[in-house]
Write a protein that binds this ligand. Structure first.
Ligand code: 5GP
Ligand code: MG
Length: 170
């Protein structure tokens, strides 16, 4: 994806979110650590341009080694910056890439530790398939058919100083 493709994808997601939440309670956008936070900030700005003011929070989910049963690495919540109340809110989780779904599961677990949102949705810039849990995104910028061993390099101005999404075949 070029910089223009990324912009188009985010505008598409913002348009869908603005339509979804028009006239209702504003959702809380929650960006998942590094580049999910970048994407969430851009969506918040695009929604502002569309007259939709949203709340904002972040989750930091890191891999830890599950030594007990030797399952390998599992994502778990390391830190969060959420408003005090998530109770009754519409939460939109935002991440750069959706892969196995395990990070999103950890994010849902993390948020629901704080309270019971009315609903949790998921927006991602790239869906690269290969799910290991029954988790799907509600808003998708672009879907890539990938092999498990591939990698999708996501470069965003805020974190990388340049724009582009590249599928690296292994
Ligand atoms: P999952 O937990 O769904 O397997 O992986 C999603 C999380 O890991 C996201 O937070 C995402 O940033 C990162 N991730 C997984 N696969 C990729 C990938 O191919 N490229 C990038 N840039 N991030 C990935
Ligand atoms: Mg990530």
């Amino acid at each position: 994806m070029t910089d223009a493709d990324i912009s188009r994808a985010l505008v598409g997601i913002a348009d869908e979110l603005a339509a979804r939440y028009a006239g209702g309670d504003a959702p809380l956008l929650v960006g998942v650590h590094t580049r999910g936070v970048d994407v969430a900030k851009r969506l918040k700005a695009l929604l502002h341009e569309r007259g939709c003011e949203v709340g904002f929070g972040t989750l930091d989910i890191s891999l830890y080694r599950d030594d007990l049963d030797n399952l390998g690495t599992m994502p778990s919540l390391k830190g969060s910056d959420l408003p005090q109340h998530v109770e009754g809110l519409d939460v939109v989780l935002v991440d750069d890439v959706l892969f196995t779904g395990r990070t999103v599961k950890a994010a849902i677990d993390g948020i629901t530790d704080f309270g019971r949102p009315r609903r949790i949705e998921l927006a991602v810039l790239v869906d690269r398939g290969n799910r290991e849990l029954p988790i799907q995104a509600d808003y998708v910028g672009e879907s890539f058919a990938t092999q498990r061993e591939d990698y999708v390099a996501v470069h965003l101005e805020e974190s990388d100083g340049e724009e582009g999404v590249f599928l690296l075949k292994r």
